[in-house]
Ligand binder design. Structure first.
Ligand code: SF4
Ligand code: SF4
Length: 70
């Protein structure tokens, strides 16, 4: 599972890169199974685990290496 660390500077590069639309800016709502959900973080860009397929495209575009696997 991919997650974004505290190193994130909220540049949005990964948001644009994710073809699964699994990454959202802080405070953004997202859609899951046809339902709108509240943001997973109000402070940082976040990844919705249920939408991520672990392709790791986002890792390559992050200039501060803030996306890790756990
Ligand atoms: S690993 Fe792939 S699917 Fe998951 S958040 Fe990153 S770009 Fe999106
Ligand atoms: S590319 Fe990196 S620094 Fe930019 S929003 Fe994504 S995780 Fe944060």
């Amino acid at each position: 599972m991919m997650y974004i660390t505290e190193e994130c500077i909220d540049c949005s590069a990964c948001v644009d890169e994710c073809e699964q639309k699994a990454i959202y800016n802080a405070g953004e709502e997202y859609e899951l199974n046809g339902e709108m959900k509240g943001p997973l973080s109000e402070d940082h860009t976040f990844i919705v685990p249920e939408l991520c397929d672990d392709c790791k495209s986002c890792v390559e575009v992050c200039a501060v290496d803030a996306i890790e696997e756990k």
